[in-house]
Write a protein that binds this ligand. Sequence first.
Ligand SMILES: [Zn+2]
Ligand SMILES: [Zn+2]
Length: 383
Amino acid sequence: MIQPTVGHQSRDITLEGESTGAAGWWGVAPNRHSRAARPATIRVMRALRLHGPGDIRLDEVDPPTPDASTVIVRVEACGVCGSDVHFADGSARTGHVPITLGHEVAGTVVTAPGEKYPPGTDVVAEVGRFCLACPRCLEGRPNLCQRAQMLGIHVDGGFADLVAVPVASIVIRPPDVSVAAAATAADAGATALHAIERRAHVTKGETVLIIGAGGLGMYGIQWAQLAGAGAVIVADTNPRALEQAVVLGVDETVLVEEGASVGRQVKLLSDGGVDAAIEFVGAAAAVDAAVKSIRPGGRAVAVGVGLEPVVSLPVVLWSNHEYVLMGSYGSLPGDTHRVLEALSAGTVVSPRTVDVPLTGGPALFESLVAGQPQVPGRPIIRP
Ligand SMILES: [Zn+2]
Ligand SMILES: [Zn+2]
């Protein structure tokens, strides 16, 4: 485990990300230097680490050490996911603490074994590292690997100057995909792709409900449209998020308000219930709303992470209506590449992103955990 090195005597780093002027409530815009100006090696680096519920600190730690199977990536962008907020507020757990959060990494190669990824190569890191030998891996579901190590959840992630990524998890970033958009591909794009395509199994003409119009939800809308959904309905508590969903051409929006029944509203909009409802929130109320929005025989998919128990309906309704409630976790190797290709081809667009310097990380998380104010887009930490 990386040991904190606060007060390190040989603190000779000259990394970017220092303040250049006010640019938002969470802090300041990073000062971007050219790649050529960056130092080749550092002896201590900054990392935004979770120490426990509500306790996120910008620490100084030892940089990762290169080895025969590991690429050291200089992080240029790392997306802040809803699950990071769950980890930060204690409503979901990481493998251990302290840990550097951040599982949506895009950056450039510093060192890599072999010659496939020369220094300076623009890359994205797949989130999952799988054993490829356990029963789940062998049946083609490595995202359920019994020994899975997820970036920023089980091993140190990308809210840092540098991150260690297994060679097998490296994906090349197409030159026409921005580094911020590329970061969102690794989790928001890929996780939503897996949920819509393989779990909800959305098919042509179906009516689909997306609950949660954040980063994952915005991709989920587009994957459902590409799968040929006849209508897409989106529900969220944030009217500004719904406005962004409208730009993507969704058919109906539902503003989720205190005490109102989302299921009842969706059933009115969809002639008795949607074929598939996918929640990207991770709250019991969202899973509940998903189940109560589907038609008899419909599918509800829980994608978000959270610790609240979910018990929605009397048993007789489950049996008589043959409801299906299923989970969806992460994505499969190759999915991040597919998302990057789709972004490059313009068949999907990245959710709106908002740059935040690494130094603004603690304040950002404090605000996100408090629930206010809502960030107008997916925050992207830019070390
Ligand atoms: Zn995530
Ligand atoms: Zn496995």
